[in-house]
Ligand binder design. Structure first.
Ligand code: 13P
Length: 452
């Protein structure tokens, strides 16, 4: 089995036929140091297996668990029912080879077992193999991605077109979209701008604008360190999130001029931007220092906003994808699967940032975001990758915000200059959200064409 921490929270459930094996596996997992949540049943009273399979699979879909085990008489019914929940891959396992391949090839989050087929010792052997096996990515990744494609194509259309009421239809369509598409993240870093007084004024005005007309988005601002405390004071209780623009990985020490995660946390900030292009270019930030900072931020309960992006020279040599893939992989080195939904990524090509920046083609941006998600998918599985918000930054304005909102892989925007004045930031947010809500759902969530 993996280090217990890797899959520390495992859901387990059964029908009346699987009770004995389920209890045995639950006790075995606890003994191995896992935290097990038992969805029942707890006695021999007959129960319909789809009820238990549904609850467990929905918990997996929401990301509460990344592994689950279901037991019924043959394992087949549980697998069929669990696989009805979008995003879930359940495999019925009766032998060690399938237990290993279910993870390695299929990235299955749920293993189902048949109590009338496998005995106690084989069941324990299978769960140990299954938990010790990881998704191999590589040639299997595009295949799992195609399962997700199929799911988008048929599940959404079938479920949505299966009901006639218009409101129910829209609500259903909304629940079938990944969360990242429903709630974009839109933020700005003020870089080395704004005094404390200016910062307070800005934050106050932004909160007022957001309260006057709430937005279906998570909005954040990253003031300079000197204004962090006072901006956090103003935003306490408001929907606006605040973060820092950089951080040292150590809690304290002889690092003149640096700011530690403890200091940022104490200010009340929730986020921290790491690896911005300007820090990489001007201040020698490296991929490995970004990785140390990412791990430290997560340990301290700060949400890292990891910036990646190629230079103009790298773009000219057509190695943007390789460069960015490398940055993402190193930034996430040794980051556990359960932490991935807590990170944000901003794709910000150096050639698009700042006064001299060239506007990026939204289609190119979408392709780069897709590549970033693929890299995360290879490492952690497609369903985890789908949970990550990937924002775009670089010469974003209220004029081009709509074009980025039309891209299905763009889960928000990270803005510099155009957001340093509150009105213009609000315009960008509104444009992005309005464009998203006006779009036919199809480009954003596969084929939700039935919603019209
Ligand atoms: P600009 O929007 O000013 O190009 O800056 C983008 C950026 O660097 C955000 O982090």
């Amino acid at each position: 089995m993996n280090e217990a921490g890797q899959h520390s929270k495992i859901a387990i459930g059964c029908d009346h036929n699987g009770l004995e094996i389920k209890n045995l596996l639950r006790d075995h997992l606890i003994e191995r140091g896992c935290e097990v949540v038992d969805f029942g049943v707890h006695d021999n009273e007959p129960v319909d297996y789809p009820e238990i399979a549904g609850s467990v699979a929905e918990a997996v879909q929401k990301g509460t668990f990344n592994r689950a085990v279901l037991v019924c008489g043959t394992g087949a019914g549980m697998a069929i029912a669990a696989n009805k929940v979008p995003g879930v891959r359940a495999v019925c396992v009766h032998d060690p080879y399938t237990a290993e391949r279910a993870r390695a090839s299929n990235d299955a989050q749920i293993m189902t077992l048949g109590s009338q087929i496998v005995g106690s010792s084989l069941a324990i052997q299978l769960i140990d193999i299954w938990l010790a096996s990881e998704f191999q990515g590589g040639r299997s990744a595009p295949k799992v991605a195609k399962i997700c494609e199929l799911e988008r194509k048929y599940w959404n259309v079938a479920s949505v077109s299966g009901c006639t009421d218009r409101e129910t239809k829209s609500a259903l369509a909304a629940t079938l979209q990944p969360e990242r598409l429903l709630t974009p993240w839109l933020g700005t870093s003020w870089k080395m701008n704004k005094t404390r007084t200016e910062a307070r004024e800005y934050a106050q005005l932004l909160i007022e604008a957001m309260e006057a007309s709430p937005l279906p988005a998570t909005v954040f601002i990253l003031p300079p360190f000197t204004a962090l405390d006072s901006v956090c004071e103003i935003t306490r209780g408001a929907a606006l999130k605040v973060g820092a623009q950089n951080m040292h990985w150590a809690d304290d020490g002889p690092y003149t001029g640096e700011v530690s995660p403890l200091m940022i946390k104490e200010s009340g900030a929730e986020l921290v931007e790491l690896g911005h292009f300007e820090r990489r270019q001007e201040f020698g930030e490296t991929d490995s220092s970004v990785n140390r900072k990412v791990r430290s931020a997560l340990e301290h309960g700060l949400r890292p906003l990891i910036c990646v992006g190629e230079t103009d020279v790298q773009q000219a040599y057509s190695v943007a994808e390789e460069v960015v893939a490398c940055q993402v992989k190193i930034a996430l080195h040794d980051v556990g699967t359960d932490r991935i939904p807590d990170i944000l990524i901003a794709y910000e090509p150096g050639w698009a940032i700042g006064e001299k920046g060239t506007e990026a083609n939204p289609v190119h941006v979408n392709a780069m975001h897709l590549r970033i998600r693929e890299v995360i998918g290879y490492q952690y599985g497609q369903s985890i990758a789908e949970k990550v918000h990937i924002l775009y930054g670089g010469s974003v304005t209220s004029t081009n915000a709509a074009a980025f909102a039309c891209q299905p892989e763009v889960d928000g925007l990270f803005v510099g200059r155009a957001a340093w004045e509150v009105g213009s930031f609000v315009d960008i947010i509104r444009t992005f959200c309005a464009t998203r809500s006006e779009l036919p759902a199809s480009p954003l969530a596969g084929n939700l064409i039935g919603v019209a």
